[in-house]
Design a protein around this ligand. Structure first.
Ligand SMILES: Nc1nc2c(c(=O)[nH]1)N[C@H]1C(S)=C(S)[C@@H](COP(=O)(O)OP(=O)(O)OC[C@H]3O[C@@H](n4cnc5c(=O)[nH]c(N)nc54)[C@H](O)[C@@H]3O)O[C@H]1N2
Ligand SMILES: Nc1nc2c(c(=O)[nH]1)N[C@H]1C(S)=C(S)[C@@H](COP(=O)(O)OP(=O)(O)OC[C@H]3O[C@@H](n4cnc5c(=O)[nH]c(N)nc54)[C@H](O)[C@@H]3O)O[C@H]1N2
Ligand SMILES: [Mo]
Length: 830
C-alpha cells in the first residue's frame, strides 16, 4: 500500500460529495482536480505502465524514473526499446513551456511564414498561449469555415485510450465547428484500398490464421518483404509481445523458410532462411513469372479458381501475353526482378507442392503502383489453392502488432471518441472523424494546390484552401515524402500549432508550440494486444510532468473553455474518470460473459485494479486457436461470401475496370515504377529502401542514447554492398553524402553483403536536421530518408505514399563533418 492509494480513495469520496453542487461549479472543481490529479505519486518504488513496445516496470527513486524493464519475458528476443523510458522523460530536447514564433507573436495576420523553422522563439504563459490559439482559430473559422482548418494530424502518438492526442484534437475540432481530416494511413495506403476490391476486406489489419496452426500444418513459410523481428517490437495499442515467441518456435520447427527481400534483414538473419533478393519494386513481375510457370506446367488448382474466384479467364490473356504480346515467362520476369528463371520456377513448384504460408509485409506496397504486389500475391495464392486451409495461403499481418496470436475472450476497454464516432482503440486512426478529408499522404500537394481535383478510388476529391494546421502526435517533417517540397508547402498556411513532447523537426516548423507530457507523466489505460485482446494494461502516471508540460486532454479542455464547449468536451469527467468509465464497462462485459466461471479470469472493480497497478490477462479461446482466415468462405462461398461485388476473390475487378485508370487496371499488372534499377536513363544509381527502423518507432527514440549503438559517423547508417562501395571509394564507417534531384543527406556507411548490389538501405525516422533552414535544398545533417523520397501517389486508386521507390547517388563526404543541431534546444528567448 502506498500513499497514492489512500489519497486516491479520499479523492473519490470528495467527488461523491460534489454531486449536490450545481453543474458549473462541479466542472470548475473537476478540472482543478484533474490538474493536481488529486493524489500523490509514488516517490520511491515501482510503477507498472505501458507503451507501444510493451508493458513496462519502472523503478522510481526520489520521484524520478531510474530504470525501465519489461514486466514479463515472453521470449529470448530482446526489445531494447523498453529500456529508455528515463531518457525519454528527461531528454535534453523536451519542450518545457509554451513558445510562439517571434514574427507570429508580433503579427499573426502577417506572420512571415517564410521564417518557419528559422525564426526566434518567445516563451509565453500557458494561459496566453491557449488564448492566442483560440483567437486565431476563431478568426480562421470565421473567414474560411471548417474547410480552412486541417487537423488530419497523422501519427503514432503514445499508447493510451484517453490521452489519444489525435482523437482529442478531432473531438475539439468537431465540437468547435469542424475540420478537414485525412483518409487512410502511411502504413498500408495502397493495400487497404485495393484489398476490399479483391477479397472484400481491408485484410492488412485482420486477424491471421492462428500461429499454433502454422506451426502444426505449414511445410513452407515464406516471408515476402517483411521484417517481423524488427517490426514486432511495437504494436498500435500495447504489444502483447507474443509474436516473438512464435517466430522463435518457427525457427526451431525445421520447416523450410524462404525469405524474399532485396535486404537480408534481421528476420532473415535470425531465421537463417534461404535469401532470395529481387530488385526492389519488381515483385509483381516475379509473381507473374511464377504464375506463368504454374499455368504452363498445369500445376495449379482449377477447382479453387472455379469455386472461389472470378476473372481468371480475363487475367489469363495478360499472363500469357495474348493481350500485350508479352508472355510473362519466368525468363521475362528474371530480366526485371534479377532473380534467375530457374529459381523462379523452383519457387513456384515448392509453393504448389507443399503446404505454404506466405507472410507478406507492407514495404512492397509503399511503392509506385503499390496496389499491385498484394493483388498479384492473392492471384498467385488463388492458383496455389491453399487460401483458407490450416497453414496455407497468405497473411498480410504476421509482422505487425502480433497478428496470428490467438484472440482472447475479453472485456474490451473503449476509448475517447472524436465526437462523431464511437471510441478509439484498434484501428482508431481509420475512423471517419471529419466531414471532409483527402488521402493522408497528399498533404503537401493539398497545401500547395487548393482547388485541385484528384481521383481517388472511383471518386473525385477537391483540395480545400487550408490556412490553419493543428498537429498532435505525429512528425510529418520526418514521415512525409520529399521534405523539401513539404518545407515549401508548409509556408502556405497562416497558422501552424503543434502539441509536442520534444523539439522535433515538426515542432520547430510551428508558430505555436504546446509542451506535452509523455505517457509516463499522466494516467491512462490500454488494451494489450491489437488482435489478441490479451489483457488490459494500466498506464499509471509514474512521475510529475516535466516543466509546464500538459496532457493533450488538458490542453484541449482549456481550448474548449475558450469556445464554451467544455461541458460537451469533457462530459464533466476528468481524464481519470474517463479511464474509470472505460475500465468499468470492460469489467461489466467480462462479468456478463462469465469469464470467471468460463476460464478463471477474475476482473476486479476499478479501484482495486488501479490500486493494485497490475495488468489483467485474458485467455485465448479454443476457437481462436483454431482460427483459419477465410475458412468460412472456403467452406461455403454462397453462405459466407466475401465483401466483394461477386462475393468471390476478384482476380479481375469490374469495379476497377469502370474507373478507367491508366495506372491501375482491372487485374494485377506489372507497371514500371517511376524510378527503379531497370529503367532507361536512370536519374541516379542506387535504389534506396527506406525500411522501418529496428531501434526506433519511426522518429521516436532517435533522441535517446540507443542511437549511439547504431549511428555511424554520428549519422543514420546506410547499408551498401561492398562491391558498390568499392566502386565509389567508400569504406566502412565513412561519412557519405546521399543525394538526388530532390535533396541531400549525410549518412554513415555500413558495408555489408546483406543488401543486394545496386540497392542501399537507410531506415526512415532520423530527425530532419537542416544545415541551414533558410536555404533551399539544404543538406540534412542527421540522415532523414524522406529528404530523398518521391511525393507522388501510388496510383489514382489508392493515393498511397511510395516511400520505397527512389534512386539515389552516394559519395564520400569530403568536407568538414558538421555538428548535429537537432537533438538540442533551438535558441529560446525567455
Ligand atoms: N521513407 C519512409 N517514410 C515513411 C515510412 C517508410 O516506410 N519510409 N513509413 C510511414 C509510416 S508506415 C508511418 S506509420 C509514418 C510514421 O510517422 P509518425 O507517426 O509521424 O512518426 P513518429 O515518429 O512515431 O511520430 C510521433 C510523434 O508524436 C509525438 N508524441 C508521442 N506521444 C505524444 C502525445 O501523447 N501527445 C503529443 N502531442 N505528441 C506525442 C512523438 O514525440 C513523435 O514526434 O511514417 C511514414 N513515413
Ligand atoms: N521497430 C519498429 N517496428 C515497427 C515500426 C518501427 O518504426 N519500428 N513501425 C510500425 C509501422 S507504423 C508499420 S506500418 C510497420 C511496417 O512494416 P513493413 O511495411 O512491413 O516494414 P518495412 O520495413 O517498410 O518493410 C519490410 C520489408 O520490406 C522490404 N521491402 C521494401 N521494398 C520491397 C520490395 O519492393 N520488394 C520486397 N520483396 N521487399 C521490399 C524491406 O527491405 C523490409 O525488409 O512496422 C511497424 N513496426
Ligand atoms: Mo505505419
Amino acid at each position: 500500500m502506498s500513499d497514492t492509494n489512500l489519497s486516491r480513495r479520499s479523492a473519490l469520496k470528495t467527488i461523491g460529495a460534489l454531486a449536490a453542487l450545481p453543474l458549473f461549479m462541479q466542472t470548475e472543481l473537476f478540472s482543478s482536480q484533474n490538474a493536481s490529479k488529486g493524489f500523490t505519486l509514488i516517490t520511491n518504488g515501482e510503477v507498472i505502465t505501458a507503451a507501444h513496445w510493451g508493458v513496462l516496470k519502472l523503478s522510481i527513486k526520489d520521484g524520478k524514473i531510474v530504470d525501465s524493464k519489461p514486466l514479463s519475458k515472453t521470449s529470448d528476443i530482446k526489445n531494447p526499446l523498453q529500456d529508455y523510458t528515463a531518457e525519454l522523460v528527461y531528454a535534453k530536447d523536451r519542450i518545457k513551456y509554451p513558445y510562439v514564433r517571434k514574427s507570429y507573436l508580433q503579427n499573426p495576420d502577417d506572420p512571415k511564414r517564410e521564417l518557419r523553422g528559422a525564426d526566434e522563439w518567445v516563451r509565453v504563459e500557458y494561459k496566453d498561449a491557449i488564448k492566442l490559439i483560440a483567437k486565431e482559430l476563431k478568426k480562421t473559422r470565421k473567414e474560411r469555415g471548417a474547410d480552412g482548418i486541417f487537423a488530419g494530424s497523422y501519427g503514432w502518438k503514445s499508447s493510451g485510450n484517453v490521452q489519444n492526442s489525435r482523437i482529442l484534437l478531432h473531438r475539439f475540432m468537431n465540437l468547435s465547428g469542424g475540420f478537414v481530416g485525412s483518409l487512410g494511413d502511411y502504413s498500408t495506403g495502397a493495400s487497404q484500398i485495393i484489398m476490399p476490391h479483391v477479397v472484400g476486406s481491408i485484410e492488412v489489419y485482420e486477424q491471421q490464421t492462428s500461429w499454433p496452426l502454422i506451426l502444426e500444418h505449414s511445410d513452407v513459410v515464406v516471408i515476402w518483404g517483411a521484417n517481423p523481428i524488427a517490426t514486432l517490437r511495437i504494436a498500435w495499442t500495447v504489444s502483447d509481445e507474443q509474436g516473438f515467441k512464435y517466430f522463435e518456435e518457427l525457427k526451431k520447427s525445421g520447416k523450410k523458410l524462404i525469405f524474399i527481400d532485396p535486404v537480408k534483414n534481421e528476420t532473415c538473419q535470425y531465421l537463417n532462411a534461404q535469401w532470395i533478393a529481387p530488385n526492389p519494386n519488381t515483385d509483381v513481375a516475379m509473381m507473374l513469372g511464377m504464375m506463368y510457370e504454374l499455368y504452363k506446367t498445369n500445376s495449379y488448382s482449377k477447382e479453387f479458381l472455379e469455386n472461389y474466384t472470378t476473372g481468371f479467364d480475363k487475367f489469363l490473356p495478360y499472363l500469357l501475353g495474348d493481350s500485350d504480346k508479352t508472355p510473362k515467362t519466368p525468363e521475362w520476369a528474371a530480366k526485371i526482378c534479377g532473380v534467375d528463371a530457374k529459381t523462379i520456377k523452383t519457387l513456384a513448384h515448392t509453393f504448389y507442392d507443399n503446404k505454404t504460408m506466405i507472410m507478406s509485409g507492407w514495404g512492397m506496397q509503399r511503392a509506385h503502383h503499390g496496389e499491385q504486389p498484394h493483388w498479384a500475391l492473392v492471384t498467385l495464392c488463388s492458383m496455389l489453392g491453399q487460401i483458407g486451409t490450416k497453414g496455407g495461403g497468405f497473411g498480410l499481418s504476421y509482422h505487425y502488432s502480433n497478428g496470428g496470436v490467438p484472440t482472447a475472450k475479453a472485456g474490451i476497454v473503449g476509448g475517447i471518441s472524436s465526437g462523431t464516432s464511437t471510441g478509439g482503440t484498434g484501428q482508431s486512426w481509420l475512423q471517419k472523424s471529419a466531414q471532409f478529408a483527402f488521402p493522408v499522404a497528399r498533404i503537401a500537394e493539398a497545401l500547395l494546390n487548393p482547388g485541385k481535383t484528384i481521383d481517388h478510388n472511383g471518386k473525385k476529391i477537391t483540395y480545400p484552401d487550408i490556412d490553419f494546421v493543428y498537429w498532435v502526435g505525429g512528425n510529418p517533417f520526418v514521415h512525409h515524402q520529399d521534405t523539401n517540397t513539404l518545407v515549401k508547402a508548409w509556408k502556405k498556411p497562416r497558422t501552424v500549432v503543434v502539441n509536442e513532447i520534444y523539439w522535433t523537426p515538426t515542432a520547430r516548423m510551428a508558430d505555436i508550440v504546446m509542451p506535452t507530457t509523455t505517457s509516463y507523466e499522466r494516467d491512462d489505460i490500454s488494451m494489450l494486444g491489437d488482435y489478441s485482446n490479451l489483457g488490459i494494461a494500466p498506464m499509471k502516471q509514474a512521475v510529475k510532468p516535466v516543466g509546464e508540460s500538459k496532457d493533450d486532454f488538458e490542453i484541449f479542455t482549456d481550448l474548449a473553455k475558450e469556445f464554451d464547449i467544455e461541458k460537451e468536451y469533457t462530459e464533466g469527467k476528468t481524464a481519470l474518470e474517463w479511464i474509470e468509465q472505460f475500465y468499468t464497462a470492460a469489467y461489466e462485459q467480462a462479468k456478463k460473459m462469465q469469464l470467471a466461471e468460463l476460464n478463471g479470469v477474475e476482473m476486479k472493480p476499478f479501484k482495486e485494479f488501479w490500486t493494485e497497478n497490475k495488468p489483467v490477462y485474458f485467455m485465448p479461446t479454443q476457437e481462436s486457436e483454431a482460427y483459419v482466415r477465410f475458412a468460412d468462405f472456403i467452406e461455403d462461398p454462397i453462405l459466407n461470401p466475401l465483401g466483394t461485388p461477386s462475393g468471390l476473390i476478384e482476380i479481375y475487378s469490374e469495379t476497377i475496370e469502370k474507373m478507367k485508370y491508366d495506372d491501375c487496371h482491372a487485374h494485377a499488372t506489372w507497371f514500371e515504377p517511376i524510378e527503379w534499377l531497370g529503367m532507361k536513363d536512370k536519374p541516379a544509381q542506387f535504389h534506396m529502401i527506406t525500411s522501418h527502423p529496428t531501434d526506433r518507432l519511426h522518429s521516436q527514440l532517435n533522441n535517446v542514447s540507443l542511437r549511439d549503438k547504431y549511428a555511424v559517423a554520428g549519422r543514420e547508417p546506410i547499408w551498401i554492398n561492398p562491391k558498390d562501395a568499392k566502386a565509389k571509394g567508400i569504406k566502412d564507417g565513412d561519412l557519405v553524402r546521399v543525394f538526388n534531384a530532390r535533396g541531400q543527406i549525410l549518412a554513415g556507411a555500413v558495408l555489408t553483403d546483406d543488401v543486394k548490389e545496386g540497392v542501399v538501405k537507410l531506415s526512415e525516422g532520423a530527425w530532419y536536421d537542416p544545415a541551414n533552414p533558410k536555404e533551399d535544398n539544404t543538406i540534412c545533417k542527421n540522415g532523414s530518408a524522406n529528404v530523398l523520397t518521391i511525393d507522388i501517389p501510388t496510383s489514382k486508386l489508392a493515393n498511397g505514399n511510395i516511400s520505397h521507390t527512389l534512386l539515389v547517388n552516394i559519395e564520400v563526404y569530403k568536407e568538414k563533418a558538421p555538428e548535429l543541431s537537432i537533438f538540442k534546444h533551438p535558441d529560446l528567448k525567455a
